[in-house]
Design a protein around this ligand. Structure first.
Ligand code: SUG
Length: 451
């Protein structure tokens, strides 16, 4: 029997050390804004406003706390020693880029936190969760351990949630989580098809690109997750990203396609095998879901790969509203762009379930290559499973107000590269996170709380 189910979006709260480290080769925005001054308070408030919008639209919305930064344990493992202040001072002098990586608030982009398969798809009927190892980039690889701990604290009940460890920390199994995973279904509680997208196959040496930028996800990682999540092969579609798209800045699949329920919006040039991928997806969808998949293709003459990356058109959230219609939550950069803006108008008027568009200002995150879809982890849950989620992380008007005031009280207005040598920021961040765990009733999730 199909149970009533919802898709909940769990957004990462932007951490107090949000800054522009220029840490992500292949992510054009991150490189372009490296070493510029950031505005952590504004960034966190922008993120909260996005969550509030989704909540007001009637969607289930949750939060995932930021990780503690800097990661002093890693800095010490890498040979910096003495007091905390001394560690910062030495690292700042000897290797500022490494220090910036250890301060990164990158865990805010929870589309990279994990891959989640809903219970309707898995053989044992549990929700399967695998935190991403994020081994392609050092500053992101240090997220996996805390992510696993946080997700276990939020999705605590092991009778319904099955937590896997991150895949082995090797480039062979490089995994970037839900940013390279899209689930399509007739309704959230029914079995769906899971599309896994990878950038390279580690076992194959000559792959014809990408040439300029790294391919972050491997086929081997995607296949392993399909196995551990107990997905039947007929529910899985595996596809390789177009290497040319990666070279133009499409470092994750969610920068070039977005799907929700029975709708799949994609760029013509998203995949190495082009139309074959869409045909395969449609075929499996019809077989598994007994329904027609509505695909919306955006051709290069409507929006080039470069324009897609610049506007983050595809990094919009496509969500189902309580009345069954869909909404497109796009970054305000799309509204400001004539072609992207017009395309969204056409889609909303077109023959598909998308009936409204909302534009959201998240410029602080966008400058690091993080759009609306990057900031959220989608978790489809039956009503019974939703009740088992740690309830204080679910967004309400009251939680929104509490978090807003918490940000106002604790976050700095600006951070420049030299502020990363300021040891006061360690204590300020800890105090903020400590307060946050009280608001969210999550005990001792940070290592400093056990000290
Ligand atoms: O991994 N940016 C992130 C952006 C992640 C976007 N996520 C999705 N597309 N789902 C990344 O490249 C930049 C950090 C810096 O440069 O300071 C950064 O990590």
């Amino acid at each position: 029997m199909t149970q009533r189910a919802h898709e909940a979006n769990f957004d990462g709260i932007v951490g107090p050390t949000h800054h522009y480290g220029g840490l992500s080769p292949g992510n054009l925005a991150s490189i372009a804004h490296g070493q510029s001054v950031s505005h952590p308070k504004e960034a966190a408030l922008q993120g909260l406003r996005k969550m509030k919008l989704l909540c007001d639209l009637g969607l289930k919305q949750g939060v995932i706390p930021p990780q503690e930064r800097p990661d002093l344990k890693i800095l010490r493992r890498l040979g910096f020693h003495g007091s905390d202040a001394k560690v910062l001072e030495q690292a700042h002098k000897k290797d500022p880029a490494l220090l910036a990586a250890c301060w990164s608030a990158s865990s805010m982009w929870t589309a990279n936190a994990a891959t989640v398969s809903p219970s309707a798809d898995t053989a044992d009927g549990k929700v399967h969760i695998t935190p991403a190892n994020l081994v392609s980039l050092f500053h992101r690889s240090i997220e996996a351990e805390s992510t696993a701990r946080f997700l276990k604290a939020i999705f605590r009940d092991e009778s319904v949630f099955c937590h896997h460890p991150p895949l082995p920390a090797s480039l062979f199994f490089a995994d970037e989580g839900a940013a390279n995973h899209t689930r399509l279904c007739r309704s959230y509680g029914e079995p769906g098809v899971e599309l896994f997208i990878y950038g390279r196959e580690d076992r194959v040496s000559s792959q014809n690109g990408p040439h300029d930028h790294p391919a972050r996800q491997t086929r081997e990682a995607s296949e392993a997750i399909g196995r551990t999540h107990q997905l039947a092969p007929e529910r899985i579609v595996l596809a390789r990203q177009n290497p040319e798209a990666i070279d133009q800045g499409v470092f994750h699949h969610d920068v070039i396609a977005v799907g929700n329920a029975n709708v799949f919006l994609h760029h013509t040039e998203a995949y190495a095998e082009g139309q074959k991928v869409i045909d395969g997806l449609r075929g499996k969808y019809e077989q598994v879901c007994r329904d027609d998949l509505k695909t919306i293709e955006i051709r290069p003459e409507q929006l080039s790969l470069g324009e897609a990356v610049r506007t983050y058109f595809f990094n919009s959230q496509l969500v189902s509203l309580p009345d069954g219609d869909m909404a497109f939550i796009a970054p305000s950069e799309c509204e400001a762009d004539e072609r992207a803006g017009r395309l969204i108008e056409e889609i909303v008027l077109g023959d598909n379930p998308i009936r409204e568009a909302h534009f959201i200002g998240i410029r602080q995150s966008m400058k690091n290559g993080g759009g609306p879809a990057c900031l959220r982890l989608r978790v489809a849950l039956t009503e019974a499973e939703l009740e088992r989620v740690h309830q204080p992380v679910l967004m309400t008007d009251r939680l929104y107000e509490e978090l807003r005031r918490w940000v106002e009280r604790n976050y700095r207005d600006r951070l420049g590269p030299d502020d990363l040598a300021d040891s006061d920021l360690i204590g300020e961040s800890r105090a903020a996170l400590d307060e946050l765990t009280q608001i969210l009733r999550l005990e001792s999730i940070y290592p400093f709380q056990g000290e």
